[in-house]
Design a binder for this molecule. Structure first.
Ligand code: AMP
Ligand code: ZN
Ligand code: FE
Ligand code: FE
Length: 285
């Protein structure tokens, strides 16, 4: 039994609907999946329903963009109460920041004589939690760029001309918010952040786990973070970070996290979290 605990839908910067994504998960035979859209849990209700119908265990989650001493890092909150009032109000704040940032990035592009209209981006994004990949897709649509990579390299990545810094919640606050909403906090793809020295501080702030398995983690990186997880008594998680079609093939299916890691995660949930209960498969389906 395997899980993929890092997936995105069109409720943030993925391209699949929750139902399409669940279909892929079921075809790959996953026993459990988590939806980790950026700064939103909006897709979780539909994904939970689709998973129930497909006999796949589902963990509602979200990948929060946070910051620790000037370094951007992503913290995934797993098994969240998706109706938690403070979680929802904080996420609305992060979404406002994202929406305003899109406007500013389009303005910057326009000042460079790139004729991109905000409406083109919002039509592609069509969600409350837009991000740079939506601008990248719009730049491809108006034929200014040929690929997402080109859009990021020329305009969107940190330090490039259309890049706009973004307010980010501090990692400590993100971890606390996740705990308040009943969930567990996991440092996403640390291998892309290159700042292992902050892990002990995150542990001090209450971090529960490290995403050891990730599409962009080579085997040596996986081993390295498994050792760190053991050293700090952290959960081991992993996922594909699938955003939809990727160079002809979606990433879902490339990471198969052994289900024992899901069991360990559930055991660490607070007693009153209903997701602690074992998942009962409907054998009739
Ligand atoms: P944002 O949330 O607006 O800061 O955008 C970050 C997202 O952009 C990440 O979730 C990545 O999936 C995506 N991203 C970053 N670099 C690239 C790239 N070179 N090509 C495609 N997507 C990227
Ligand atoms: Zn993304
Ligand atoms: Fe991420
Ligand atoms: Fe992600």
């Amino acid at each position: 039994m395997f899980a993929d605990l890092h997936l995105h839908t069109a409720f943030s910067d993925g391209t699949y609907s929750p139902e399409e994504l669940t279909g892929h998960a079921a075809r790959h035979g996953f026993a459990c999946v988590a939806l980790t859209d950026h700064d939103t849990v909006e897709g979780c209700e539909r994904m939970a329903r689709a998973c129930r119908e497909a006999n796949v265990e589902f963990l509602p989650a979200s990948e929060l963009t946070a910051e620790y001493r000037g370094t951007e890092l992503h913290v995934i909150g797993y098994a969240l109460d998706v109706n938690h009032p403070k979680l929802l109000s904080e996420m609305r704040r992060y979404q406002d920041v994202r929406q305003n940032r899109i406007k500013e990035m389009v303005e910057r592009l326009n000042r460079m004589n790139v004729p991109l209209q905000e409406e083109t981006v919002t039509a592609i994004a069509n969600c409350k939690s837009p991000g740079r990949p939506h601008i990248a897709r719009a730049l491809i649509q108006i034929k200014v760029c040929k690929s997402l990579d080109e859009a990021f390299e020329r305009f969107l990545k940190k330090g490039r001309p259309a890049w706009v810094p973004k307010f980010k919640v501090s990692a400590d606050e993100a971890i606390s918010l996740i705990h308040e909403a009943g969930g567990l906090a996991v440092f996403a793809h640390p291998g892309l952040v290159h700042h292992d020295s902050l892990i002990p501080d995150l542990v001090e702030a209450g971090l529960d786990g490290i995403e050891c398995y990730h599409t962009k983690h080579p085997t040596t990186t996986v081993e390295h973070y498994r050792e760190m997880a053991e050293e700090h008594d952290l959960l081991v998680t992993g996922g594909s970070d699938c955003h939809g079609m990727n160079k002809g093939q979606p990433l879902i299916g490339t990471i198969k996290l052994p289900y024992q890691h899901v069991e360990q995660l559930k055991e660490r949930l607070p007693e009153d979290n209903p997701l602690r209960r074992p998942f009962v498969r409907n054998e009739a389906i």
